[in-house]
Design a protein around this ligand. Structure first.
Ligand code: NAP
Length: 285
């Protein structure tokens, strides 16, 4: 009954809308990420949350009421804010990756995997995302090569086991990506050049699709000059709470969590933030 307003941002539903099966959401042995987010939206609306399709372009936390300006031109004011802007995919940062982005280079297997039916694909990374993306891509690709800079994955063991059992997947250990190779006209990827970190030897792996799955960075651009952040932009919260360095401003989920980053832990933090905001508003009144 606090009239909460949720501004959805550029990717409504966030990272769970770009994943497939989720097997660690309590109560569902398996659920599709996008379906889960639709259910969450319906649930929130049924409980009286107003959901607005807009993108916040600036947020002023210097005085209350706080003011946010939307891409639509709308100005929103509020007595308390919960920041839950999440995180987004990281890129390698090499020029050829940028050149072929959208033309063979992608950071989202569920969005783009379909384009590589019967083709060879390279995935770079060694965490859950890389392993899940590689497994998912075997639905389309003739072969998936996972290139990792070390000699072991940090992904969960159950995922690793699935990956090692998959006959379409090969792993190239101890290699970094030097360059994405391709054609200019039409723009398209043909191979990646990888370097052995131990011997310096260069190998070219043919592929039409190159998927970057090397982790995520918090989406804290709106608040990085106003709130305390650490570890590359994660918003700092008071231990055991979602309170930030400004009273009335709370942060939850991947924006603040560089350790767990799971749907269930983020949802738990969302609950904590709602309770913290409710308590704050009651005290202010
Ligand atoms: P992550 O766990 O941080 O793993 C990133 C991987 O990319 C690491 O293996 C890292 O190598 C590698 N890497 C990072 N920068 C690199 C670079 N510049 N060049 C080459 N390799 C690079 O990220 P994530 O896999 O996206 O997972 C993030 C979080 O989301 C994790 O907590 C994960 O458990 C969670 N997640 C959960 C699920 C699920 O529960 N179903 C699914 C997806 C993600 P090093 O190992 O050498 O550091």
């Amino acid at each position: 009954m606090l009239k909460p307003l949720l501004v959805q941002g550029i990717e409504p539903g966030g990272q769970l809308t770009t994943t497939t099966e989720v097997e660690n959401w309590p109560g569902d042995t398996e659920v599709q990420g996008p379906d889960l987010m639709i259910r969450m939206q319906d649930h929130a609306e049924a409980m009286g949350c107003e959901i607005v399709a807009d993108i916040i372009t600036s947020l002023d936390l210097s005085k209350r009421p706080f003011t946010a300006i939307g891409d639509s031109g709308t100005t929103y004011t509020c007595d308390s804010v919960i920041l839950a802007t999440g995180a987004r995919a990281k890129w390698l940062g090499i020029p050829s990756e940028e050149k072929f982005k959208g033309f063979g280079v992608s950071a989202c297997a569920t969005c783009d995997g379909f384009f590589y039916r019967g083709q060879e694909i390279v995935v770079v990374g060694g965490g859950n995302t890389a392993v899940e993306e590689a497994l998912f891509l075997t639905n389309f690709a003739s072969k998936v090569t996972v290139i990792h800079r070390r000699d072991e994955f940090r992904a969960e063991k159950i995922l690793q086991e699935r990956l090692f059992k998959n006959p379409k997947i090969e792993v190239l250990w101890n290699h970094t990506i030097e360059e994405v190779l391709g054609t200019d006209n039409p723009l398209g990827v043909e191979a990646v050049r990888a370097k052995n970190v131990q011997t310096g030897e260069i190998t070219e792996i043919p592929c039409k699709g190159f998927f970057v799955a090397i982790g995520h960075a918090p989406a804290s651009e709106l608040v990085k000059d106003q709130l305390e952040t650490h570890m590359g932009g994660y918003v700092v919260t008071v231990p055991g709470s979602t309170a930030t360095s400004i009273p009335g401003v709370f942060a939850a989920g991947d924006l603040t969590d560089h350790v767990y980053r799971q749907a269930v832990t983020s949802a738990g933090m969302g609950c904590m933030a709602a309770l913290d905001a409710e308590r704050f508003l009651a005290e202010v009144e």
